[in-house]
Design a protein around this ligand. Structure first.
Ligand code: ZN
Length: 390
């Protein structure tokens, strides 16, 4: 007898992220095999599962390019180190691909540990990558340089999060910044990986000055420079939107509720970018999941602290939709735009031959079902796949 290998999703309102209308999806192993207007006619013995989605929206899984998968934090003493983030904290909230990184603590946290956790998430069934380095120059690496880490270590796709305009940065010089960017760029050419430097932006007055200078004074392509947290204060966001006009991709952070002051929430920033005719295919949104989110006063004293969660991505999407922005306009910021920037060719869109990373939503746009690489991690609002210690 033949093995039942096919999953059918019938009557799905597919946003690929472009709206395709009501479709039938055929999935086998980890891939979307075909998309059709007509129901597939297959021998029953080959069908593992046939689900009538009944006209609900099916969209690509989210790609979160900024998550502290080994736990971030430690900015108010060792007891404030955030624990590692288990797989269901991503997949249950629709994140099917994650990029892990180190931040402030690139001393007690190491790239070896980050690479191991990335492999761990892969073993548990999701797609995972990581950045090498952390906030500081000289970079924390595994093999000895960022270039070698990107070239030789399969999960490493670029450098991040490298801090500028922040009291917690290494106060890197212009020469240090462009040297690192060149390593990322060349390693990206050699490997086909992202080959970019993902910058943590602080609240410092210099804002994006180092990146703007690099665009004027070096031959490095604009795509190499990818600033994140650009919505953390309003003048920074304004300058970041200008940077998009020069060819850079910018990343908006979906801060937890109450932690976007004095900047914009991710939903506000998305609306502003659309309103201001920023090239929105160069705008992405990430969670800062597992990272500590501290509030400092002007003297640098910690006022309070929370940590990022992937759940804020879905909250941001729902908030934007509530404001009347069409799904097809905002969805690429969580999916296709990220895949393009990170050079992940099988990710970010629903099409034949692409990875079967799918989210099914209910009428209020909560994520009821999440498929990762062809396997249900969440089904009917129930988390099915958890980490071994969850
Ligand atoms: Zn950061």
């Amino acid at each position: 007898m033949a093995d039942a290998v096919f999953t059918l999703l019938k009557n799905a309102a597919v946003y690929a992220p472009n709206p395709l209308g009501l479709k039938h999806l055929l999935i086998a192993d980890s891939k979307v095999l075909a998309i059709s207007d007509e129901p597939f006619e297959l021998p029953r013995s080959l069908i593992k599962e046939a689900i009538d989605v009944a006209g609900r929206v099916v969209m690509p899984g989210f790609i979160d390019s900024h998550a502290h998968i080994t736990g971030g934090g430690g900015e108010a003493g060792f007891s404030t180190q955030v624990p590692t983030v288990p797989i269901s904290q991503f997949t249950s909230y629709g994140v099917t691909t994650v990029v892990g990184l180190l931040g402030t603590d690139d001393t007690t946290r190491t790239i070896g540990n980050l690479v191991a956790k990335t492999y761990g998430l892969r073993e548990e069934g999701m797609s995972a990558y990581c950045w090498t380095g952390g906030y500081h120059f000289p970079l924390t690496t595994l093999i000895g340089s960022a270039k070698e880490d990107i070239v030789y270590l399969d999960p490493v796709i670029g450098i991040g999060e490298f801090a500028i305009s922040d009291h917690r940065s290494s106060q890197p010089t212009f020469d240090e910044v462009i040297r690192l960017a060149s390593e990322a760029h060349v390693a990206g050419l050699m490997t086909g990986k992202a080959g970019i430097i993902h910058f943590h932006l602080g609240d410092g007055d210099r804002k994006l000055a180092l990146i703007e200078r690099a665009l004027h004074e070096t031959e490095l392509p604009a795509r190499t420079f990818n600033p994140t947290h650009v919505n953390r204060n309003k003048p920074l966001f304004e300058q970041a939107c200008q940077l998009v006009h020069q060819g850079c991709s910018i990343d908006i952070t979906a801060f937890p509720d109450g932690f976007s002051d004095p900047g914009w929430t991710a939903a506000q920033a998305i609306a502003l970018a659309i309103e201001d005719n920023v090239a929105i295919d160069k705008v992405t949104v990430s969670s800062d999941g597992g990272g500590c989110i501290p509030n400092f006063d002007t003297s640098g004293t910690l006022i309070n602290m929370d940590f990022g969660r992937a759940a804020t991505l879905g909250e941001t999407l729902r908030s934007v939709l509530k404001d009347g922005i069409p799904l097809e306009q905002v969805l690429p910021m969580f999916t296709r735009n990220v895949a393009n920037l990170l050079r992940l060719p099988h990710k970010g869109i629903i099409a034949p031959g692409m990875d079967a990373d799918l989210i099914i939503v209910d009428e209020n746009f909560y994520f009821t079902d999440v498929m990762v690489l062809g396997r249900w991690h969440k089904r009917n609002n129930k988390t099915l796949v958890r980490g071994i210690f969850e």
